[in-house]
Design a binder for this molecule. Sequence first.
Ligand code: MOS
Length: 755
Amino acid sequence: MPEIALTPAPAHLRHGSNIGQPLTRRDGVLKVTGAASYAADNHPPGMLYAVLAVSSIARGRVTFLDVDAAKAHTGVVEVMTPANRPPLAQDPDEKTNPFMFRLDLLQNDRIRYANQPIAVVIAETLEAATEGAALLSLRYDTEPARVGLDATKSFVPPGVGVGNPSEVHRGDVEAGLAAASKHIEATYETAAQYHNPMEPHAIVAAWDGDTLSIDTPSQGLAIAQGRLAGLFGISPDNIHIRSPFLGGGFGCKGLISGPQVLGIMAARMAGKPVKLVLRREQMFGPVGHRAATRQTLRVGVDNDGKLTALDHRTKTTSSTFDDFFEPAADISHTLYASPAIATSHEAVRVDTGTPLFMRAPGEATGSIALESAIDEMAQACGMDPLGFRLKNYAEVEPISGKPFSSKALRDCYTQGAKRFGWERRPLAPRQMRDDDGLLVGWGLGTATFPALMFQAQAKAVLRQDGSGVMAIGAHEMGQGASTALAQIAADGLGLDIDQVEFRSGTSDLPDAGIAGGSAHTATAGMAIHNAGADVIARLADLATNDDRSALFGAGNAGVIARGGRLFVRDDESRSERYADILGRAGLTEIEGRGSSAADPAAQSAYAMHAHGAVFAEIKVDPDLGQMRVTRLVGAFAAGRIINPRMVRSQLFGGMIWGVSFALHEQAVMDQRSGRAMNANLGEYHIPVNADVPSLEAILVEEGDPHVNALGIKGVGEIGITGTAGAVANAVWHATGIRVRKFPITLDRLIDPVGA
Ligand code: MOS
């Protein structure tokens, strides 16, 4: 059984110290009792059900749809096809910025990937809509599907990720390799993965004239609002999105997807509210995925075991009709201090939906290859993998030459190693067995993720009854945002958390930016912090300018807020309740505003990243190749920790995904049809409880004075980096077999020729 040590949660807090407390989720009771309502739980009166008909081929044209048969089915109200769909104000194939992805909204009869929506059946019941979709009896003009990394001619993409250059180098890699006393070259492959949050994309859409109201999960409410405004030709102010809870997202709910828009179009067509929920297999196509990669690394070292060159080349896939390129090689920009580094990407176009951001896009794929290659280099040098990393990790970001804003990677290595017991690790592989004769292996991987910040706004209110409000359209994806952000809000308002009404999760509130890039706590948190400071400053103005106040003459800078009172900083005997200040001014409430954005000066001066080290133990059956991770210890330095319970939970989630990356997860593509053969949660393997080992996440202390005023770095994605490599390296240490194709499956340990 996994041993997850839970920190006891205080029911109440000391005033002014909400940040740092391991509070339990504020929405926990709602969730475990089923009272939390997710998008698909909404049933407005008169609501109809929409079901997608999707293509079973990956490339070609639709030649026949039996609309009459579907419409004749009892309960079917309407069948939406390219022939009759409502007009849009914008071509769904238009692309005016790199964050805008092309959508399939029944614009024509072309099929560009399997599971592409080609019609929507609207009916009085889910059953009737489902049966209606089956009765469409689709026929196709099929063209051969192009599948996999060698399907078409490769090219250098114009950019990777979001606007990163495809090719970057510093120093002369060829010279560094030529001068190396030892070098390795190895090629690794990672499989395509599909985001599968427990809650699939779902929408309940209702039109009232030109006003649109929707319930749908979103990681980026304002961006979704803007995209929908463009597509439907209405003002963003006429679009009201409610997204109080997401059942996970992992990037696939960052931007509004085609199926969600189809739900809105169906409601337009039907003139009634419509619900549309993706079936699990429909998640494998129109809502993004992590593309497969093939990565070749060349690494050289000198006689002292110091890196002389690091070359990281990636090949990946994108769709035939849009551009997203997994930036896998970019991980090599930041971790290891090689005097020569080169990274490059090439891509092929295949008949799939467009890949997209998926938890640590680039970092996750790149990290498993880089950490494997670093391990192979250490092995070639006869060095301990930890010792090798301690010798070679970067003190200054090698590709940019910038110092890190702060970095506690060495502490992560040493604290993690100590806790794990790494010093007892034999250097050679295949040396350890447990009492049952299973091979035991220990592996290490380095974790890193950039500390990003986007832009956000928040509104703060203090009321005369002693309570406060913080309003921001933040996103509760299950990660604990509504708890951690409420903690920041309470401290910002100088109140106990129970006195603060935290409003979030709708597009009518101030824009919280996107809950992505592990940047939500920093981005929304700083807007909240600044809104709190603004309202407190306004309140202090009232008091310090009023000769009836105990704070008269103290000046803004001389006032602190705590426990619903303002105090003179140097003389805490002089204080006054918020309620009394407001009351005397004849106000029932006072309002403040705050915003946040990355500081360009700090960003140009420093490289900003979180860091970590993950240690893995695996047991392998020597006869059957069966593998089970038995222990994971991760040590992470991610700036200020707002809520250690939520942070550990995020890190565990990432680490479990790392196990999944190394051993379980892959979309198996049918080379003939271009369909994923395992588009369901039975055959698309992810770790279940029995696959999850004892987990420990050490929160290494780190104060970063540059990243933002609160020192927050974010933890949503770093856990997946490092862990996958640690598990792969543990497999080698257990068996002596280096598997370079992920996920590592047991056949490769039985028949290493195939590895
Ligand atoms: Mo994440 S892939 O930044 O939602």
